[in-house]
Design a protein. Sequence first.
Length: 368
Amino acid sequence: MSSRWEVIVIGGGPGGALAAKKCAEKGLSTLLLEKKKMPRDKCCSGMVMGTWIQDIIKKEFGEYPDDMKNDTENLNGYAVHVPGEPVQDLNIHTPAIWRKILDTWMCKKAEEQGAELRDSMRVTSVKEIDGKCIVIVKKDGEQIELESEFVIGTDGANSVVRRSLFPDFKPKRLIGYRECYETRINMPENRFNIISPLNRFPIFFIHYKKNYMLLEGMALEGMLNETIENARQYLIQNHEMKSDIKPLWRDGCATHVMYKELSTKVFRPAKGNILIGGDAAGMNIPVTGEGLGASIKNGYDAAIAVIESKKSGKPAEEIYLNAIDELLEKYHDIFTYGLRVGNALKKKDYKEYSKSLAESWEYALTIL
Ligand SMILES: Cc1cc2nc3c(=O)[nH]c(=O)nc-3n(C[C@H](O)[C@H](O)[C@H](O)COP(=O)(O)OP(=O)(O)OC[C@H]3O[C@@H](n4cnc5c(N)ncnc54)[C@H](O)[C@@H]3O)c2cc1C
């Protein structure tokens, strides 16, 4: 294997797959490194939210293949459930795809354009010295040193790229969880159900994929089991979930909250020729936590920055951070909704709370 590349993309999620695809199709020698053996799963509802992302997936990757078609058709909208208030419906069709299938398809498309995908390759550090990026990788216990002109770090929430570049930056960590049951409860089918049991514990989500019901949400560190148990008890008491039912499987992942540091520019997700995107840069959309669109947008912008930088000599960091700032600008208004939701909850105005929660989701779905 060559150890020198024009671009090394780290992380085979949607952000990395699109970045690698775009660089490779422009003729840049591109290596896509993935820590896990592919196909790999990701703790995620897999909802492709908003028209921008749906359109760019079609444009860049093509029509969904047959094994995804069913998942792209079933979810016809969202339902916000607040106790004592009418259910708020948002009729916005949204594909909900298993990430294992989606991400594998996207990586394959990057390979078809000439990117070299290497899985089971865990990056342990990244640095830039005299315009050269050095990427250290562990594979089967062996350490390998790779070199590139540019690095695009789309290596998820626990990003090694971010920690290598900004070792002192320690954003707030939350734990995402997902439990899969073979059951149905008294909750609308074909809806992504957003359930807020008011101030007792965090919002959580219920949706169905074929025979399966998925219970998903976020928990504070150290509160994972309690948070999931509270959600289960709420469903048992209010939505006819069987009390003795056990999940077929559960998984989870870390996620970080970085809006404040991003919007105040305390944290800038790029340095020289090393660009960071998606969950690695904390770019999830506030309120919904949607991150597929954000990672794809960042992956796209990072690739464009690399391509332009190679052409014009303009620093990749500068081009990329301009695109990041444009996106953050779009995030700004969502905070106004966030405040409205928070204030209504504080005042125990549950009618307004339910309405503003639904409206904040509706607005967030139009950001990308
Ligand atoms: C419970 C839950 C539900 C969610 N539901 C949705 C949803 O419905 N819709 C939505 O848009 N968003 C959702 N999100 C958010 C979404 O999952 C992420 O924002 C999205 O996956 C980010 O994509 P990414 O490409 O940045 O990173 P990831 O998808 O996390 O990909 C990062 C990749 O990098 C690899 N990697 C990590 N470290 C290394 C390393 N050191 N070396 C090499 N490779 C490495 C990982 O194995 C992974 O393959 C959800 C999140 C959670 C927790």
